[in-house]
Ligand binder design. Structure first.
Ligand SMILES: Cc1cc2nc3c(=O)[nH]c(=O)nc-3n(C[C@H](O)[C@H](O)[C@H](O)COP(=O)(O)O)c2cc1C
Length: 167
């Protein structure tokens, strides 16, 4: 099923893993770029009910089908919208600068980091995002899957060791 669409052509040792979410990347509020953490935004539908709100170590398949590490957030962005926000998935893709708009994005939620919370101010959100990304990089560095998700051919212990990039 995963390999049916070109976007889902992944390294052979991952094709057995069904993505937790596959969704079209839509325009966000463009706030992420200002915060220093631009995200690929995917609206969640009724079929995505099994995905719990929270922040995760994740992986996404970009347009080429290549896998990248990502800090993934699922929820209503309570800092800005309380519980009234649209429920969506946002992926900050590490070391990736290309536009993912309109791409059908497969997302794997590999490990939970924390719950989404309402931060008192934007700086507190940014500080926490920075820690979330560090968490993903640490996970990437010790995870045996680094050969699977090493971006730009950076694999093994080199994966996840660069400074913060943007998407
Ligand atoms: C790793 C990560 C964790 C996040 N955690 C929270 C959170 O705890 N609370 C919150 O309100 N928003 C959280 N967000 C969402 C940000 O508020 C959102 O990315 C930012 O407002 C930019 O939105 P935009 O892409 O629509 O411009 C998180 C986003 C990411 C990528």
């Amino acid at each position: 099923m995963v390999a049916e669409r070109p976007e889902h052509q992944l390294p052979t040792h991952v094709t057995s893993m069904i993505p937790d979410v596959v969704g079209r990347v839509v325009p966000g509020d463009q706030r992420g770029r200002t915060l220093g953490f631009p995200t690929a935004n995917v609206l969640l539908g009724p079929d995505d009910d099994q995905v719990c709100d929270g922040v995760y170590v994740g992986a996404v398949a970009v347009r080429s089908g290549e896998l990248r590490w990502a800090a993934v957030s699922v929820g209503t962005r309570p800092t800005y919208y309380g519980s009234q926000g649209v429920r969506l998935l946002e992926a900050f893709v590490l070391d990736y600068a290309d536009d993912l708009y309109d791409h059908l994005l497969p997302v794997w939620l590999l490990a939970p980091i924390r719950l989404q919370v309402a931060f008192v101010d934007e700086q507190s959100l940014v500080d926490r995002l920075r820690r979330d990304v560090q968490h993903v990089r640490r996970y990437a560095a010790r995870c045996r899957w680094t050969d699977m998700v090493g971006p730009d051919g950076r694999t093994g212990s080199r994966a996840g060791t660069t400074e913060q990039g943007g998407s």
